[in-house]
Design a protein around this ligand. Structure first.
Ligand code: UD1
Length: 344
């Protein structure tokens, strides 16, 4: 067994897929989650896929004493991947303090405790949202950080700064900041996937829920953007590919291969896909006709963003491999699985 890794928010969407890939790579995984936006059954799913049940601790990282107890109870954690955070853009506008408290205080508690327990590296879940609408495409890591459009986006920027300042001040660990583009899809086993509570805000869960009849119609937010078909362009990355990048980042830090104590990587495919293109590929792949209509623009949306993932390809030795068709098929399989199990 390789080193022990703490995955905060490990019962969540990206966290659970990452826990699977860590276990597949031989790491010992401890999951911490407050289950505010996830379900304990995810742990069973991880066990069914990998044959190993990760240690699980239900707790809120805002409680520093409890977090300290976790480090006492699980000695020799060598690395932490910090997914635990609130992530709904709209909600963050309505409840900014909830977002600042939950996303910043939890990170600061972690950073305070890591040195006491000999943790050598922190991987942080960041977002391409830090670039706003970039001036040039594809966007690489040198693109300027733009003023955040929401408290959620602001917490990602501030968290990146808190980590960078802490490491530069001499904290005895390294960090890798991973800026995700648009993670989509589900594990090919359909044992784990995205489980949005209530009405989905993100495109793909809305697409699959419409396709299966939970939602009547998908609204396409705008076809008058300055793009070839008028709809917005994003870089949709398969969640399993994304999860594998975290394993590479952990390896790099624990083998002390970092060029800098804090490194930043864009995680995307390098391919921009419009909303209308995605719908077309979904229909072709699944054979399901999607009921959609074009409506007005959604406030706060940027026109287009896709990654230049060259640095991650070269330095991390990682590349997004899945095709968009296979990725969309995995999301559809997951939706069918939820129906079969009577979950949705
Ligand atoms: C959003 C967040 C981003 C966050 C990411 C992952 C904003 C501005 N950005 O990205 O910070 O990291 O989610 O949680 O909210 N769309 C429709 N109909 C729908 C839903 C979406 O047409 O019902 C379109 C959107 O206009 C957009 C694309 O689909 O063009 C993707 O939307 P979404 O999945 O919400 O992701 P982002 O907005 O890119």
């Amino acid at each position: 067994m390789k080193e022990k890794i703490l995955v905060t928010g490990g019962a969540g969407y990206i966290g659970s897929h990452t826990a699977v890939e860590l276990q597949n790579a031989g790491y010992e995984v401890v999951i911490l989650d407050n289950l505010s936006n996830s379900n304990i059954e995810v742990i069973d799913g991880i066990e069914r896929i990998t044959g190993i049940r990760p240690a699980f601790v239900e707790m809120d990282m805002q409680d520093k004493a409890k977090l300290q107890q976790l480090f006492e109870d699980h000695p020799n954690i060598k690395g932490v991947i910090n997914f635990a955070a609130s992530k709904a853009v709209g909600e963050s506008v309505k409840k900014p303090l909830l977002y600042y408290r939950n996303n910043l205080v939890t990170l600061m508690n972690l950073l305070d405790l890591m040195p006491q327990y000999g943790v050598e590296g922190l991987v942080f879940s960041s977002s391409c949202t830090v670039y706003g609408q970039p001036d040039r495409m594809p966007v690489d890591e040198t693109a300027p950080i733009k003023p955040a459009m929401s408290p959620y986006g602001n917490t990602k920027q501030i968290c990146e700064e808190i980590i960078t300042d802490t490491v530069h001040a001499g904290a005895p660990f390294r960090s890798i900041l991973l800026r995700y583009f648009n993670p989509v899809g589900a594990h090919p086993s359909a044992e784990i996937g995205e489980l949005p509570l209530g009405v989905p805000q993100n495109l793909l869960p809305y697409v699959t829920q419409t396709a299966i009849g939970i939602r009547e119609q998908l609204s396409v937010f705008g076809d008058d953007y300055d793009t070839p078909d008028g709809s917005c362009i994003r870089d949709y990355i398969y969640v399993v590919d994304l999860a594998k990048a975290h394993v590479k980042a952990i390896e790099r830090m624990l083998e002390k291969k970092n060029a800098e104590p804090v490194e930043v990587f864009n995680l995307g495919t390098g391919r921009g896909v419009s909303v209308l293109e995605l719908i077309k590929i979904f229909e072709e792949t699944t054979g399901v006709k999607l009921n959609y209509k074009i409506v007005g623009r959604r406030e706060g949306d940027i026109t287009q963003v896709w990654a230049n993932p060259e640095k991650a390809n070269r330095v991390l030795g990682w590349k997004a491999e899945a095709s968009l068709a296979d990725t969309l098929a995995s999301a559809w399989k997951w939706q069918l699985h939820l129906r079969e199990k009577g979950i949705m």
